[in-house]
Design a protein around this ligand. Sequence first.
Ligand code: AMP
Ligand code: MN
Ligand code: MN
Ligand code: MN
Length: 311
Amino acid sequence: MDSIPRRSARYHFDYGRQSRLASQPGGAAIRFGRSVEIAVIDFHTHSAASDGALSARDLIDRAAREGVRCMAITDHDTIAGYLSVCQSVPSGLELISGVELSCQWGRAGIHIVGLGFDPAASVMTRHLESLDKARRERAEKIADKLDRSGMPGALEGAMAVAEGAQIGRPHFARWMVLAGHVESEEMAFKRFLGRGKSGDISMLWPALDDTVATITAAGGLAVLAHPLDYKMTATRLRALTDAFRDAGGVALEVINGRPRPGDTDTLWRLVRERDLRVSVGSDFHRDSPYGAGLGVEIAQIPEGMGVWEQL
Ligand code: AMP
Ligand code: MN
Ligand code: MN
Ligand code: MN
């Protein structure tokens, strides 16, 4: 890709958008009075093929309407959503291939975003098949745990919620609400499905280095998704970043959804220290007062730093 097409847009001063600007010394938006030349991209989004609310079609149509110029659908461990729309993308939008792969680094579950790979590469299709299997096995184990906690029928329930999507914990959480076991999906995670709880089945994903190698072998670029979500110490996060880079990873996701103040600075430091690139994404799943809307403005990211410049 030569460059991201730019649009002339009114500057959005609402808090949500402002907070997602990648403020960085040296990066400058080009201002014309109150208007600004802004490129809007999104390399982390979910469709109903995994745990997003919108069909892949509705997702890309909406992104195009809202001024996103280049995006990836990065469903958890599936490219079915991407494949369903990649032949008919709205004009003005560039859709690149994408996926968010679950993997394991030691005991930690890590997410790696793959961008711009050949979706037909056999190394990728084999990897996705093994993840399908791992997710089905995990779903059975989660259902067993919930059964033991007095919630029978979870597998059938979650599969009905998923409607053929790549099954994940959010489908169990939704079912638990519908079946009256918990008041909210948030509570389902807090009590049963979240990190360290009984339904958080660990140690079943492929290794991080195999995952990064798969993306690279398929001609794509590997991005370490939401590095601060793993709640690691600074030392451990550096070790993770090194393992990721040694395996062939190229970028850290410095903006994911709505970063908290300071998060972006921390990640920029790590990017510079380890000579990596940056990626950005909303991690959009659905309209929500907490999550970000589609699109991230990248005018303030210095040239030469964006992973999109390598696609
Ligand atoms: P899985 O891919 O099956 O491991 O499920 C992980 C997904 O669950 C994440 O991508 C989020 O979309 C969602 N999730 C994680 N934690 C929470 C939470 N505390 N509340 C609601 N959804 C969550
Ligand atoms: Mn998700
Ligand atoms: Mn993730
Ligand atoms: Mn995600």
